[in-house]
Design a protein around this ligand. Structure first.
Ligand code: ADP
Length: 165
């Protein structure tokens, strides 16, 4: 089992500055963080395709060099983590609102594979209210999301919603 590697799973539709901050913090404890985009090929959902999300993650995490890799997966997270030979899942916590769901998820994952540990990291308070869902809603209505997402992502959101503004 590779104890140097942590998997940071999520939908990343798209990556926000909150996600980025978690990746950066994860690298303080792990040599390598793999950001893994979860998708369901049978039931596609979201604004960006899994490949577009991966592309944006590549662009944004490029500055970390080989320390960060980007992947996508479907199926059970614990199976993916085991396939990668990792022992740790990173999840980010914002306010109390995240706790209930994240707690359930971590316990379910532990039930499914007791060898995999979930660690929680807190993003900077600045990103407490940043969520990909809210960012998309605001961007769709032409609001300013430049503080919430990296520049390249803000550009992509503009492209997506440009016609409807
Ligand atoms: P979102 O909840 O924004 O749609 P994801 O489902 O992709 O994002 O979330 C992946 C992980 O990142 C989850 O553990 C989520 O709680 C965490 N996360 C998302 N946004 C933030 C943020 N602003 N600060 C800290 N953690 C975050």
């Amino acid at each position: 089992m590779n104890k140097h590697l942590a998997i940071y799973p999520g939908s990343f539709d798209p990556i926000t500055n909150g996600h980025f901050d978690i990746i950066r913090r994860g690298l303080r404890s792990f040599d390598h963080v793999c950001v893994a985009v979860a998708y369901n090929a049978q039931k596609p959902s979201g604004l960006f395709t899994p490949d577009e999300r991966v592309e944006m993650l590549h662009e944004v995490t490029g500055e970390f060099g080989d320390s960060v890799s980007v992947d996508k997966f479907h199926g059970l997270l614990v199976d993916y983590v085991a396939r990668r030979g990792a022992a740790t899942i990173i999840r980010g916590l914002r306010a109390v609102a995240d706790f209930d769901y994240e707690f359930q998820l971590a316990l379910m994952n532990r039930h499914l594979n007791a060898n995999v540990e979930t660690v929680f990291l807190m993003a900077d308070a600045e990103y407490l209210y940043t969520s990909a869902t809210l960012v998309k809603e605001v961007a769709a209505l032409g609001g300013d999301i430049s503080k919430q997402v990296p520049e390249s992502v803000a550009r992509r959101l503009k492209e997506k919603f440009g016609a409807s503004q």
